[in-house]
Design a protein. Structure first.
Lengths: 336, 417, 202
């Protein structure tokens, strides 16, 4: 019987036990280290992990022929602490809201110069993607410019002190949606489901991923780089500071986001879902929420739900995802 | 070759001859004819290789240009007024990064109130963004300045905006001597970037700069503009050699050498001013004009030298800083500091109001008599102003000023001249 | 310098008319400037365009406030806009209409101005017949050539062909309309004893 290895909690089975072919790019000594050490990210920063994984995978996929455009935000700030940079790739930071447009410009220049093998990545946090960068991103999608855009979603404007963004989940505490009053935390709005919005543009490739599943993330970036045209990857990256979680819990929290169904993991092409990662160990949203101080107001001192209707509403969101994407495989005999 | 051609068309075809590699298009009156014409040239293959990108906003237009220029492509776009303001963040970004993007600014008033006609308020809003700003007097100059702009900007690593009066120049047909491809190729070499995004030699562009070095970066941008002050006349002389015309330069004096009164202005109004100068010279007035072509960098020394002998300087400008006074006037006054030459400001042409020879003649004659007020709003309708002031004094809920005045005027912008 | 002001409505080719006039003058070696006064595109709204012809470089940019010639492309503007403001006492008027000046309610012009410089001409009808569309702008320039003698008909033809070079059939039909209007104007002037101006070549 084959032995399968899974990453559980924060203590991973090392890649040394896997076949060479199954090992991650990150596990190799020869990886690019696009984002090399020395940057000033917080301990346990999900974005630093996500960026490193994604860009090294892209460098591998493109044979090192790649240019990155970065929006203003945590990643840009902690990776280029004056007077140093921790980027080992050609990298351009312009403004907060224009990373997709700047990436379009880079791609256009490469095309006009005949450098067809050099590829472009645009990257931003959730603020720079779903809010201030939305117009430019939509324009890039609409033109089907040859850019892979990556959103590192930590669900708030972290770099400026944890303010609410269009990606902040309902009930979450941020500095502009404090946990006070009769409706503490972020309000229940319509949300801005960026992956679905990307799919609505029917671009060649859309995927979601988290830092809890390194293989999956690398595979998706690699797949994306094999495609021409507008592509979008949305990566959930927990932020210990903003989420008020233990810095050692980052991977665990990301996994719980997927296992509760709160953050669905899937791929789509031209507006149609082509694959989902089913939930292996279903968990109630409370397990996910309890680890994060930004949801602390939902529980009382004994840890029991203090706002049951809010938690029910959040659970309903997760259940809806499970239903929509078919995240629970009812027919599986053996856990996937 | 001599052609009777619309200004926008002349600019579009000249820009095409400059072999731009990435052109961004977002429409706004009155520059649309420029980007439309270039778009057609790309589509037919007459302009190739060139990526023509229809972007979703002016902010995107400048941003795409930034990405393209940083990757070594010659980038061009055009805008006006509201569009310039919408891309202002990116404008400063391009200036700060030293990317030699060239942009046509079809000068148009900035709202509110919304106004599509010509004045210089848009250009003035970008004075400090680190761009070179050149003002064209005629469509010939507008076309020629673009050739100079690419060469100058790329040599110094500074973005350049060529300002041409919206509608007055963009939509006017007049005689333009259009250059040919070989002439432009001889004058304008391919773009050799100072900084380049390239996997072969990777580095980071756009990092944060702290208090330790920000001042130095800004100083160097100023130093580059000072270099431009030297290079502009040199390059214009080269241009004159190659193309046989006197286009560009820092400034153009007109009958000002022995003038007692000198009128300073920028852009197309200089044509009207010159006609008035000639009439008044014939009547015995010692009056002349000084056309400023390079607004940024501002040719302090050259302006001082040209105006120091005057008894009175009048700056006729299409711009105004509420709560202060003239904008160009301030720079001119600065250039004359320490000299006993009074500078009077005449704010004219705001929002496209026509500037007539009759009104100019009246103002210049008064100046010649020593009766130039410090600040004049040419052809101001005092009655309209008084009416609104009375309304405001009467009640709190006086209503929107613009609409009130239009109602008094009895018309809704159907005829402006 | 000879200054022309053209009045019409959006969609009638007022600006094109001014540009054609400038182009015709250019063909003959004159300096010419043409420009519109409107801004936002809106079919049906009153539109004004200007054209200056000169032996020398035209430098001024002000609108034409004292025209030597007023061309009215849409006579329904007659009581809406002050079409003849600033017109020189010896100025020319060309109105696109099948009616007479009296019929248009403009009888006063015959008293105020030089009657041999005034003409109404059915340019829209001619255009409908020659081009198949009621676009009288090119035709009117032919009329202008005859009325004022400021440009030769040959130059008008060249200008039209240049302007419509992408559609030679349309160009020729416009030339035909302009030519017909030119001859109409000459004949009308002869018939009313006005004489024919200038050495305008056919």
């Amino acid at each position: 019987m084959p032995v399968r290895f899974y990453q559980v909690g924060s203590f991973a089975v090392g890649n040394r036990l896997a076949n060479r072919a199954d090992r991650t790019i990150q596990s190799e000594a020869g990886r690019s280290n696009s984002l090399t050490s020395g940057h000033r990210a917080c301990q346990g920063c999900g974005e630093a992990l996500g960026a490193r994984y994604a860009l090294d995978a892209a460098m591998r996929a493109t044979g090192g022929q790649m240019v990155a455009v970065n929006a203003t935000g945590c990643l840009e700030v902690f990776s280029t602490p004056y007077p140093e940079t921790s980027w080992q790739i050609p990298w351009l930071h312009s403004l907060f809201g224009n990373a997709p447009a700047v990436a379009t410009g880079v791609a256009a220049a490469l095309r006009v110069k005949g450098k067809t093998e050099t590829r472009v990545i645009g990257q931003a946090g959730d603020g720079g993607t779903v809010d201030i960068g939305f117009g430019c991103l939509s324009g890039m999608f609409e033109r089907n410019d040859d850019v892979l855009f990556i959103c590192y979603d930590n669900e708030a404007y972290m770099n400026t002190g944890v303010q609410r963004s269009g990606a902040t989940p309902p009930a979450a505490r941020t500095a502009t949606t404090e946990a006070v009053g009769s409706h503490p935390g972020n309000s229940f709005g319509q949300g801005k489901n960026m992956p679905v919005l990307a799919m609505a543009h029917r671009i060649p490739y859309v995927a979601t991923a988290t830092v809890a599943d390194l293989h999956d993330l690398e595979a998706k970036v690699t797949r994306a780089m094999s495609i021409r045209g507008a592509r979008y990857i949305h990566i959930l990256v927990p932020c210990p500071l903003g989420w008020v979680s233990a810095s050692s819990d980052t991977v665990r929290i990301a996994r719980l986001a997927t296992q509760t169904g709160f953050f669905p993991v899937f791929e789509a092409e031209h507006g149609e879902v082509t694959g989902v990662t089913t939930i292996r160990r279903p968990a109630p949203v409370t397990e996910y929420l309890r680890l994060q101080g930004r949801f602390a107001h939902l529980f009382d001192r004994e840890g029991k739900p203090a706002q049951p209707d809010v938690i029910d509403a959040l659970q309903a969101m997760a259940d809806d995802n499970i239903r929509r994407y078919g995240l629970v495989d009812e027919t599986a005999e053996v856990p996937a | 070759m001599l052609r009777q051609i619309e200004g926008s068309r002349a600019v579009a075809e000249t820009v095409a001859l400059c072999r731009p590699e990435v052109v961004c298009a977002y429409p706004i009156s009155p520059q649309t004819h420029i980007i439309e014409a270039i778009g057609a040239l790309v589509k037919t293959g007459e302009l190739a290789p060139c990526e023509f990108i229809n972007v979703e906003s002016e902010f995107a237009a400048m941003s795409v240009s930034i990405g393209a220029s940083a990757t070594g492509a010659r980038a061009f776009t055009a805008t006006a007024s509201q569009g310039l303001l919408f891309m202002m963040e990116a404008l400063y970004n391009a200036g700060g990064l030293g990317l030699p993007i060239v942009m046509t600014l079809a000068n148009r008033a900035v709202g509110a109130p919304i106004n599509i006609w010509n004045d210089h308020s848009d250009a003035m809003s970008a004075r400090d963004a680190g761009w070179i700003q050149l003002f064209a007097e005629t469509n010939q100059e507008a076309a020629d300045l673009h050739i100079l702009a690419f060469r100058l900007g790329e040599e110094l690593s500074v973005p350049v905006m060529v300002c041409m009066d919206g509608f007055i120049l963009t939509h006017a047909t007049e005689q333009v001597d259009m250059p040919d491809q070989s002439q432009v190729d001889d004058f304008l070499p391919p773009f050799e970037p100072r900084q380049l995004l390239s996997p072969e030699d990777p580095y980071s562009i756009g990092a944060m700069v702290g208090p330790d070095a920000f001042t130095e970066v800004r100083y160097l941008a100023h130093a580059r503009q000072q270099q431009a002050l030297e290079r502009i006349p040199e390059m214009s002389a080269e241009f004159a050699e190659a193309f046989g015309r006197d286009s560009g330069g820092l400034l153009h004096p007109y009958r000002s050498v022995d003038a007692e009164v000198v009128v300073v202005a920028m852009g197309s109004v200089l044509g009207t001013i010159k006609d008035v100068i000639d009439t008044q010279r014939d009547a015995g007035l010692r009056i002349g004009a000084l056309g400023i072509t390079s607004f940024r960098p501002f040719p302090m020394d050259a302006v001082r030298a040209a105006l120091r002998g005057a008894r009175q300087v009048i700056v006729v400008e299409k711009s105004f800083s509420a709560g202060f006074g003239g904008v160009l006037s301030t720079d001119v006054a600065m250039a004359l500091s320490g000299l006993p030459v009074p500078v009077a400001t005449v704010v004219a042409g705001l929002g496209g109001r026509m500037i007539t020879k009759t009104s100019l003649q009246r103002v210049f004659a008064a100046a010649a008599r020593g009766e130039a007020p410090q600040l004049t709003f040419l052809d101001l309708n005092e009655e309209l102003v008084e009416g609104e002031l009375a309304r405001i004094a009467q009640r709190r809920r006086s209503g929107p000023t613009a609409e009130n005045i239009l109602r008094d005027l009895g018309t809704v912008a159907s005829g402006i001249g | 310098m000879f200054e022309v002001r053209l009045h019409g409505r959006g969609g009638q080719g007022v600006v094109t008319a001014a540009d054609l006039l400038a182009l015709a003058a250019f063909e003959e070696g004159q300096h010419a400037q043409s420009f519109p006064s409107f801004g936002s595109e809106r079919t049906g709204a009153p539109v004004v365009a200007y054209c200056r012809l000169s032996e020398r470089d035209v430098r001024t940019r002000e609108p034409v406030v004292a025209p030597d010639c007023v061309i009215v492309i849409d006579p329904t503007l007659v009581h809406q806009v002050d079409l003849f403001a600033g017109l020189h006492p010896d100025g020319f008027v060309l109105v696109n209409s099948t009616k007479t000046f009296d019929g248009l309610g403009l009888g006063r012009l015959l008293n105020e101005f030089n009657t041999s410089h005034l003409l109404t001409a059915p340019a829209t009808e001619v255009a409908r017949r020659q081009i198949g569309r009621p676009l009288p702008n090119a035709a009117l320039i032919g009329g202008f050539a005859a009325l004022t003698g400021k440009v030769a008909m040959g130059a008008v033809g060249t200008a039209i062909r240049e302007r419509f070079r992408k559609d030679t059939s349309l160009a020729e039909r416009n030339v035909a309309a302009a030519t017909e209007m030119y001859h109409y104007a000459r004949q009308a002037m002869v018939l009313s004893g006005q004489g024919v101006l200038g050495a305008a070549a056919d």
